[in-house]
Design a protein around this ligand. Structure first.
Ligand SMILES: [Zn+2]
Length: 239
């Protein structure tokens, strides 16, 4: 059994911080944009958090040797708990660092293929889902840095991605001029889900300073506050 690791701060502090984040995010993102997005559902949306990679697939590796999948999972889990604390409907596509593969998927390739399709199925079978897939970026040189949001090819996804990107640029300690961009068609999850969906590259594991931040509890909390703040703000228009 996994123990919950978010025990290094009081709930009251995070409640106050999340309210503050929502206020700031309301100032940096456009209300009209929000109304165009999740409002279309006309009901309470469910934030479905997808920690990228996991199981036998560690994803990228940070300059300190930490697997991307671990960081993805920890950030997604922080978002899950913060969202629940704020009264939002939240869920994850899995609840462990590990993945249980079906016995018929024996090779690594077969297991990865099953995993990718399984995540898309979970999103498509979850009513009123808004999918946020959490990842970390990597580049052969150390210089690139900053969070970037990719989105599925529909209008609610684009608007959610742009509001997230605006909030990241305004609230994270980085001269981040990146823009939200459409996800490539070859990213299976983004091209096979029907709900609003974004893929958040939280930062670059190839940049030593950013990798150290991404691995720290403090920065992971900051990231989750921004993501939940944006979702919470748009959720106002869903209810
Ligand atoms: Zn990844």
């Amino acid at each position: 059994m996994r123990c919950h690791r978010w025990n290094d701060g009081s709930a009251a502090v995070y409640a106050l911080l999340s309210i503050w984040i929502c206020v700031i995010i309301s100032l940096v993102t456009s209300p009209d944009k929000g109304r165009e997005t999740l409002a279309a559902a006309e009901k309470e949306c469910l934030l479905l958090l997808d920690p990228g990679h996991g199981g036998l697939d560690g994803g990228a590796v940070s300059v300190t040797g930490t697997a991307e999948s671990r960081i993805n999972y920890d950030i997604a889990e922080r978002c899950l708990y913060l969202g629940r604390f704020c009264g939002l409907r939240t869920a994850m596509t899995r609840d462990s660092y590990e993945i249980e593969y079906p016995p018929e998927a024996r090779s690594i390739a077969a297991r990865k293929k099953w995993d990718t399709r399984n995540r898309a199925s979970i999103a498509n079978e979850t009513p009123d889902a808004v999918l946020m897939s959490i990842h970390q970026n990597y580049y052969p040189s150390a210089n690139p840095h900053g969070a970037q949001v990719l989105y599925a090819s529909n209008e609610p996804s684009r608007v959610l991605a742009e509001n997230l990107q605006t909030a990241f640029s305004a609230m994270l300690p980085s001269d981040n001029r990146r823009r939200a961009v459409p996800a490539d068609r070859d990213i299976y999850l983004m091209s096979h889900v029907r709900c609003p969906a974004v893929l958040v590259e939280c930062g670059f594991l190839s940049n030593p300073e950013e990798a150290a931040r991404l691995e720290s509890a403090h920065y992971q909390k900051k990231l989750s506050l921004v993501m939940i703040g944006v979702f919470c703000r748009e959720q106002e228009h869903c209810t």
